[in-house]
Design a protein around this ligand. Structure first.
Ligand SMILES: C[S@@+](CC[C@H](N)C(=O)[O-])C[C@H]1O[C@@H](n2cnc3c(N)ncnc32)[C@H](O)[C@@H]1O
Length: 281
């Protein structure tokens, strides 16, 4: 074997083959280094989430949640993460961002900390319509954000409690109430943890938070005083599930309209509005 190698080395053609082979193996070194440096093993969903929240914490406030999400995608691509893996990670992020406590708090704190709001700051027309001609009482604003509806109700003599998971939203809501010269109870809390109580409220407002379900309809029924109202507005659910969830109530108003929503009013989308009353027959 040794002989044959020496023999090959003496033969110019064979020597060229050996040199070529050596060059090829040298060429593999940078390729291997490249693969080691840039290959992105698929990390677990929990690690995707941890990386994203750490990144989000470092970002400046931004009123547009979409801008934040898009710039995270760009940052992954800049790190050399392949399109497919970036897509997978963004899927994990969008699944968790509106459901996990930390995602909700961080995202909405960033949004409310920004100074270019993409939402209407005056009260919801459906809330104004719902209380027209009604005696004021105890109102609850679920996911109150900056308190546009809570402050409006307090100014009209309602005794208002509101809550939101965003500490920044609550800080601004309290400051808006101070500016309007009214008192509201504004709490950092979540809809799945807040104690709604029994027969407590004359009005429950929930605007642009999420679609309501039969579980919400039952929970609100228990929490409302007889004659109390639920006032709801959000982008339309496709299957009328919100309306169906409230059919045990008296439906005072329901509409499903194509319009500019109060959140992201530059868009033209279907919006549903509901005023439902706990009427005991
Ligand atoms: C689009 S904003 C609407 C704010 C306000 N209702 C309005 O119409 O101006 C959605 C709000 O829902 C809040 N939110 C998100 N998850 C929530 C939860 N689990 N419980 C209560 N509020 C929540 C967010 O923090 C945010 O303030």
């Amino acid at each position: 074997m040794r002989e044959s190698l020496i023999g090959m080395a003496r033969n110019p053609a064979a020597r060229d083959i050996i040199i070529l082979a050596q060059m090829k193996s040298l060429a593999l070194v940078p390729l291997c280094l490249y693969v080691l440096a840039f290959a992105q093993p698929s990390i677990s969903d929990e690690d995707v989430w941890k990386n994203f929240t750490a990144w989000l914490e470092r970002q400046a406030p931004n009123s547009k949640p979409n801008d934040l999400i898009i710039s995270y995608r760009e940052s992954l691509l800049k790190q050399g993460i392949a399109e497919g893996e970036t897509g997978r990670r963004m899927g994990v992020v969008s699944n968790f961002i509106f459901t996990r406590r930390k995602g909700v708090e961080l995202l909405w704190d960033k949004v409310y900390g920004g100074n270019n709001p993409i939402f209407i700051q005056s009260p919801s027309a459906v809330v104004m319509n719902a209380i027209e001609g009604r005696k004021s009482g105890k109102a609850l604003d679920v996911g109150m954000g900056q308190g546009r509806n809570a402050v409006y109700l307090a100014v009209r003599g309602w005794d208002v409690t509101g809550f939101d998971p965003s500490g920044e939203g609550i800080r601004i809501a309290r400051s808006n109430a101070d500016k309007a010269g009214v008192k509201i109870r504004a709490l950092v809390d979540r809809d799945d943890e807040f104690q709604y109580g029994e027969a407590q409220w004359d009005l429950i407002v929930i605007t642009y938070v999420r679609d309501l379900t039969t579980v919400d309809a039952q929970r609100f029924w228990k929490a409302l005083r007889p004659g109390g109202l639920v006032v709801y507005e959000n982008g339309a659910d496709e299957s009328n599930s919100v309306l169906r969830a409230f059919l045990g109530y008296e439906i005072i108003r329901f509409e499903d309209v194509q319009t500019n929503p109060e959140w992201n009013p530059d868009h033209w989308i279907r919006v549903q509005r509901l005023i439902a009353q706990k009427t005991i027959k």
